[in-house]
Ligand binder design. Sequence first.
Ligand code: ZN
Length: 247
Amino acid sequence: MREEVTLHGIVLSSSLQSEYDRRMVALTKERGRITVFATGVRRGTNPLQSKTQMFVMGSFTLIPGRDSYRLVNIDVDEYFHQLTMDIDAYCYASYFCEVMGFMTHEGDRAADYLNLLYVSLKALEKGQMPAKLIRCVYEIKLMDVFGQGIQSFHCPVCGKAEVSNVFDAASGGLLCDGCRGRAKHPLHLSDDAVYTIQYINGAPLGKMYNFNVSDPVLAEIQLVSKQFMDMYVDRKFKSVEIIDSLP
Ligand SMILES: [Zn+2]
């Protein structure tokens, strides 16, 4: 028999596999995105039933198989129960998990990815910042963590350590005064929007979700984030249609 391993992570999705079994996809710090089969967990009063839900974070004891794992136990750190009680928060959290699942692979060293997802789910759960803004912060930081971030301190065209208020997704960020004329689809941002993007890129993961912006600045940041995601993430997410339809 194979030896058990313990991995730390968050359940990105959990679906019924058969009457009593679940299939989960989890992002783990040690081995990236993995597939886990949880057999018999829906039988009677199996305590694993409530632990094999989406968003659950903890230590997973698993038996490795050829291309998936079999669940033995979960030692839960966080259930993120609040996210399942509020439909808007649930939709945003589902989107965060879907994007993360798309961006990650088995074998990734995923400590930063996991930490980003954790602090973002926490921010949604706390509800102190508007979910629309949390989404923008998540998307902008996600791109940065995956090495495709918006260039907001150096001009992405010439590398000069100076930027203007002109954003161009195709160029990769904020352009300097010398290069701004080359932008194919320039967005002229307010000073506050530029500062907000720089703040998100510069802030450590634990300090990103502690500010607010005016509605006009939020609208600018939403546009920047959308254009950037559309340009560099080649995927239409199912859950994004739902959150885009929320008021
Ligand atoms: Zn330049």
